[in-house]
Design a protein around this ligand. Structure first.
Ligand code: 1CP
Length: 344
């Protein structure tokens, strides 16, 4: 099979397909018993991310089990802060913790963007392994966090419901905030470019907290960095498509692809699929946006919501996905039912 025959790459090139290609955010994860077994073998989550053999194994698990049309590299957006010199650890049952960046002194402790490979080399090895071992029809997606989302974790030192510490730094010391955004943007370009060199056929930029940026701040800190990253990537890798996910952007989804050069915009489930088709898919490929909770609740409601989503996006280029990551309490049987429904 030729690379360009892969269904996801065809959708990303603008083709409307009779049956949409499908994958799921967090498809390798805690809802799968085989993932839990491999994570236990690795010891902990970060050791799993940095072990190319085991990270390859968990990336392949949902492909074997469900036959998704794409595999997404198993890693985390917070590896970039770590590669820049931040301390990073995960507290079981709570989530990530990082050293915080509150002022110029803290920022000064970070290393240059060019040095990230030292830490991130195992990630590139995982991608090389995956290109060797994936079925020929399965596309390989690499990813990074968008600068704003990564900055929210680096500033607060943890996940925050409203990103208040990052908004506060933006207000109180915009020079440090901008310098941090700039450093993350540079690192992201270098990281994604290396992922493509190692075999990623698509890259996705996760801006999970884009929804808390409003008006001018959205333009400056969500749209502009995405545009800069995509422009730099396209200069070196003109044929590698980019998916942008400015989660909960609402009306800011409109025109996002054109303004940034993204080949596809991923939609979360705070917008309806009909709205997404009318306002975003008119400009090109979209991905999304079934609510993750259906993977927990299942039943006829799952079948109906899946059909509604596929129907709404039927007239244009489209990749089926959830509106956000699948949760640890999901039932793998519901994932099978969802895929059966998508594929008819
Ligand atoms: O206990 C475990 O096994 C860790 C759970 C887990 C997993 C499976 C974390 C911790 N990260 C991941 C993998 C991961 N993270 C992938 C792998 C590929 C996939 O299957 O999709 C990807 C793409 C991510 C991206 C990621 N990490 C994002 C962006 C997407 C999103 O979900 O919004 C974010 C915000 C993170 C940070 C993060 N990593 C892990 C957790 C629990 C969190 C969220 C922390 C918070 O609550 O703010």
């Amino acid at each position: 099979m030729k690379t360009q025959d892969k269904l996801i790459l065809r959708a990303l090139a603008g083709e409307t397909l009779p049956v949409p290609p499908a994958w799921m955010m967090r498809q390798a994860g805690r809802y799968l018993p085989e993932y839990m077994a491999t994570r236990a073998q690795a010891g902990d989550f970060l050791s799993l991310c940095y072990n190319p053999d085991l990270a390859t194994e968990v990336t392949l698990q949902p492909i074997r089990r469900f036959g998704f049309d794409a595999a997404i590299l198993f890693a985390d957006i917070l590896l970039v802060p770590q590669a820049l010199g931040a301390d990073l650890w995960f507290v079981t049952g709570e989530g990530p913790r990082l050293s915080t960046i509150q002022n110029l002194d803290d920022f000064g402790k970070l290393g240059p963007a060019a040095d990230i490979h030292e830490t991130l080399n195992p990630i590139y090895q995982t991608l090389r392994n995956l290109r060797e071992s994936l079925p020929p029809e399965t596309a390989l997606i690499g990813f990074a966090g968008a600068p704003w989302t990564v900055a929210t974790y680096m500033i607060a030192g943890r996940g925050t419901p409203d990103q208040a510490p990052a908004h506060a730094l933006m207000q109180n010391d915009v020079a440090v905030f901008d310098a941090l955004m700039d450093r993350i943007t540079e690192a992201t370009i270098i990281y994604l470019s290396a992922q493509i060199d190692a075999g990623a056929e698509v890259v996705k930029l996760f801006d999970s907290w884009a929804g808390s940026l409003k008006g001018e701040a959205f333009a400056k800190y969500a749209l502009a960095p995405a545009k800069r990253i995509i422009k730099a990537l396209k200069e070196k890798h003109p044929d590698t498509p980019v998916i942008a996910f400015p989660r909960e952007a609402g009306d800011n989804y409109i025109g996002f692809a054109k303004a940034t050069g993204a080949d596809c915009v991923a939609l979360d489930n705070s917008v309806t699929p009909e709205w997404g088709a009318a306002n975003v898919q008119v400009d090109g490929c979209v991905q999304g946006n079934l609510a993750s909770r259906h993977m927990v609740t299942g039943g006829q409601e799952l079948v109906d919501a899946t059909k509604r989503t596929v129907d709404a996006f039927r007239e244009g280029p489209y990749i089926f996905n959830l509106g956000h990551g699948i949760t640890p309490d999901a039932d793998p049987a519901n994932v099978e039912l969802m895929l059966k429904t998508v594929r008819g």
